[in-house]
Design a protein around this ligand. Structure first.
Ligand SMILES: Nc1ncnc2c1ncn2[C@@H]1O[C@H](COP(=O)(O)OP(=O)(O)O)[C@@H](O)[C@H]1O
Ligand SMILES: Cc1ncsc1CCOP(=O)(O)O
Ligand SMILES: [Mg+2]
Length: 266
């Protein structure tokens, strides 16, 4: 498994896949920089006149509803239709699921286009799976383990790989799940860390088209290990942000193997 995960991360560095992001205003810069640091090539595009063409040349699409509005939702629909037509992987980040009925309605519609991967925090995944959840906007009020059952049900009903992030990240498909316990609490003190995770999932899916489960695990392992390394050098969130990018860029196979905290189930 370690070998498979590292080979996906190496393929991102070698092939530098183009990742098309329709994402929110808050995190565009963070996510573009993280994709570049990991070896991928980001593009952010949402104009109705070009989204389909952009999907056509991209390796994968990431749809993030963080600062959605009516124009952008149409962009998202055009993009996911094209991704499906071309059988390209697309990742859904359901930012703020459960916070407003507008978000819930848009997510319901996006789910009907069958995302390859859904990555959210515990509150978001519980809201998407229609489990009772308290949401505080974009941040989670629940632990990831509390959302594991919701993630399993969501994977069952949507056929997507579902990742619920938190202190432990769970990557779930119909029959099994991986649990990753790398990462540091400082990661939750920087905006856009979840969005960055979703963008990296897109990059890994682009080079591992036939195995979204392994691709999602590889991306979340990269996030967590880079978070561990960065936190060792960071007294607070400001430095953490910069150190995190450097850790993504510098991560060696040796560190990846030594630091990975992965449990496979069953
Ligand atoms: N308490 C924590 N300990 C370790 N890693 C964490 C913790 N909280 C979040 N992370 C990591 O931060 C990243 C973003 O996750 P999360 O905070 O759940 O997403 P979001 O930003 O969408 O709410 C993930 O890689 C996750 O593993
Ligand atoms: C603060 C905020 N508001 C709308 S989108 C957004 C960023 C959320 O980023 P993340 O889910 O990665 O913490
Ligand atoms: Mg988020």
């Amino acid at each position: 498994m370690k070998e498979q995960l590292w080979s996906i991360l190496s393929a991102v560095r070698q092939n530098s896949p183009l990742v098309h992001n329709i994402t929110n205003y808050v995190v565009m810069n963070n996510t573009a920089n993280a994709l570049l640091a990991a070896g991928a090539s980001p593009v952010m595009a949402h104009a109705h006149s070009e989204v389909s063409d952009m999907v056509s040349i991209a390796g994968a699409l990431v749809v993030n509803i963080g600062t959605l509005d009516e124009y952008w939702v149409e962009s998202m629909k055009l993009a996911v239709k094209q991704a499906n037509a071309l059988q390209k992987a697309w990742v859904l980040d359901p930012v703020g699921a459960g916070a407003t009925s507008y978000r819930n309605n848009v997510l319901e519609e996006l789910l009907s286009y069958r995302p390859t991967v859904i990555r959210g925090n515990a509150s978001e995944i519980m809201a998407l799976a229609k489990f009772s959840s308290n949401t505080k906007g974009v941040d989670s009020t629940s632990l990831s383990e509390e959302a594991l059952e919701a993630a399993q049900q969501l994977s069952e009903t949507t056929s997507a790989v579902v990742c619920v992030s938190g202190a432990t990240d769970y990557i779930v498909n119909k029959s099994n799940y991986n649990a990753l316990s790398n990462g540091h609490v400082l990661m939750s003190r920087i905006t856009g860390m979840g969005c960055t995770a979703s963008a990296l999932v897109g990059a890994c899916c682009a080079v591992s088209a036939d195995n979204a489960f392994a691709a999602t695990t590889a991306a979340m392992a990269l996030m967590g290990i880079a978070g561990d390394i960065a936190a060792e050098k960071a007294p607070g969130p400001g430095t953490m942000q910069v150190q995190f990018l450097d850790a993504l860029y510098q991560l060696s196979e040796y560190d990846f193997r030594e630091r990975l905290k992965l449990e496979t189930n069953p």
